[in-house]
Design a protein around this ligand. Structure first.
Ligand code: GLN
Length: 539
């Protein structure tokens, strides 16, 4: 039987349930278990696809086209395994399903209620992953904080599951905060005591406490927590603030979180976690021999989570190159009126980020022109690639009225246009071109060299595309389409071969970069930035 671990959060949000879940999963995976992680989000949106990045950070996309919470990105980056639609469920999706079943008459005249109908649907979703693979352990992260109104149906479902599965087959880890009061010079346990009490009121006794803290937990403090929260002493786990999220599995290993979990679930220990690849990665990450500055041109820079996967992909590819990548966020709107040279001249590479809508586009196009003319390594992702195409037709081909239909649908030369299957789409949720598609790469291109193969699969999330009416005009122009979808003929990659390193991709490579498999395009981009920096230093 598959065993279940539930992770709840107390005291405050943003304690890092996703990272703790991913770290525990990594340790269990290293011990030889087949593990996956799912996330339940208590908001009413059916998925985060319609959420503004300022609200909820980046929208992550899975191979099978789910628009999902960014924690799924952490799960994939840690476990080096893809997630799917079933790994993220929101309250909105649960209600949507129950309501459509009600409309279909499935409830046979019964009054549809939170208990048992919503809780039954939650329980069904919890078990959905069991059919996917022979998982030994499924970790379920319950979003939100214990005490929130929105979390109540999940906690009730969890209480029922514990009853049904029994103690040996499921356990609850409660992640909480032990704040440090500078004036008293003390770590405080009271908020945790209250949060555990709150959890107890829903009928759930946590088995393990994971305590986020700025300072080490003393033995006395652990004993106090154990006594007041009714958790055995060994199950009070310290989660001290880490310099990098990638240290957390090592910290959890030291605290024996994996061993305690396995003992409580009455499972064999498996082999000792060696974490060879992980430790090698950490070694390279912490001992860089070089440093480059990459400008991240975007419009959601106020919230770094909006570009989470891009930041992490630079951590992975930086380590692969033994190079510290300093990502410098640059607001595209600021570039519209400021001195471009002053903002961009110290950069070793420029990445133009994905995005939606017209705001900030002018600044992105100006930055691309600067990168192209000054031979600075350039990497455009999704909207970044589309802007590179517009910039090229506008400033190199000198095509009047060049634009993207997203900027001006009435423009004269729409080199980027709405995909034909998007023309009639009215609903915004889940209607983009989403998920993994094949792409064929041209031999000898930057992409071919980076990937080391000519056929790839990458993830997408967009409505607009390169307008193939203008393909002919690219011939001998200096910009080359080097990646094409073999089924639809859609341009997926463009490059400027004469340039130092100039590549734009319609897909999102950042979503597939993991600790153990840093993305090849990011590795090549960082390499190009290192080379560019060295040549500048020589000159
Ligand atoms: N807004 C563009 C489109 O929909 C690009 C999307 C993106 O960058 N993810 O095609």
């Amino acid at each position: 039987m598959t065993k279940y671990i539930f992770v709840t959060g107390g005291v405050t949000s943003s304690l890092g349930k996703g990272i703790i879940s991913a770290s525990l999963a990594k340790l269990l995976q290293e011990r030889g278990f087949n593990v996956t992680i799912q996330k339940f989000d208590p908001y009413i949106n059916v998925d985060p696809g319609t959420l503004n990045p300022y609200e909820h950070g980046e929208c992550y996309v899975t191979d099978d086209g789910a628009e999902a919470d960014l924690d799924l990105g952490h799960y994939e980056r840690f476990l080096n395994k893809p997630t799917s639609q079933a790994n993220n469920v929101t309250t909105g999706r649960i209600y949507q399903n129950v309501i459509s079943r009600e409309r279909a008459g499935d409830y046979l005249g019964k009054t549809v209620q939170v208990i048992p109908h919503i809780t039954d649907e939650i329980k069904r979703r919890v078990r959905l992953l069991e059919n996917q693979s022979n998982y030994d352990i499924i970790i379920t992260e319950i979003g939100g904080t214990v005490g929130d109104i929105e979390s109540l149906p999940y906690l009730e479902a969890l209480r029922q599951i514990r009853q049904e599965f029994g103690k040996n087959n499921s356990l609850v880890i409660h992640l909480t905060l032990i704040p440090y009061l500078a004036a008293a010079g003390e770590l405080k346990t009271k908020p945790t005591q209250h949060s555990v009490k709150e959890l107890l009121q829903t009928g759930i006794q946590p088995d393990i406490l994971v305590c986020r803290t700025e300072y080490k937990l003393t033995k006395e403090l652990r004993n106090k927590l154990s006594l007041f929260c009714n958790v055995d002493k060994k199950s009070v786990i310290e989660a001290i603030d880490a310099k990098t999220i990638y240290d957390v599995p090592m910290y959890m290993l030291k605290e024996n979180l994996d061993k305690i979990v396995l003992k409580k679930l009455k499972m064999k220990k498996g082999k000792e976690p060696e974490l060879i690849a992980w430790k090698e990665f950490l070694g390279r990450l912490k001992n860089p021999t070089n440093e480059v500055k990459i400008g991240l041109i975007g419009k959601y820079n106020e919230l770094p989570d909006a570009y989470k996967s891009i930041h992490e992909a630079f951590v992975h590819s930086g380590a692969a190159n033994e190079c510290k990548v300093s990502v410098i966020p640059i607001h595209s709107e600021e570039l519209e009126s400021s001195d471009l040279k002053q903002k961009l001249q110290l950069l070793d590479g420029i990445l133009v980020a994905p995005g939606f809508g017209e705001r900030g586009i002018k600044g992105k196009i100006k930055a691309i022109k600067y990168a192209r003319e000054n031979d600075i390594p350039f990497f455009g992702i999704c909207l970044g690639m589309q802007c590179a195409v517009v910039e090229f037709f506008k400033n190199v081909q000198k095509l009047a009225g060049t634009t993207s239909a997203e900027i001006n649908p009435k423009g004269k030369n729409l080199v980027i246009d709405l995909m034909p299957d998007q023309v009639k789409v009215k609903n915004k949720g889940g209607t983009m071109r989403l998920g993994s598609y094949k792409c064929k790469i041209t031999k000898g291109s930057i992409a071919a060299k980076a990937y080391g193969k000519l056929e790839i699969n990458e993830r997408h999330r967009h409505r607009y595309e390169f307008n193939n009416k203008y393909l002919k005009q690219l011939e001998n122009s200096g910009m080359v389409p080097t990646g094409i979808n073999p089924e639809t003929g859609l341009v997926e990659i463009i490059e400027i071969p004469e340039h130092n390193f100039f590549i734009g991709v319609q897909y999102h490579p950042e979503l597939k970069s993991t600790v153990e498999n840093p993305h090849p395009l990011f590795i090549s981009f960082v390499k190009a930035a290192i080379k560019y920096k060295a040549s500048n230093e020589k000159a």
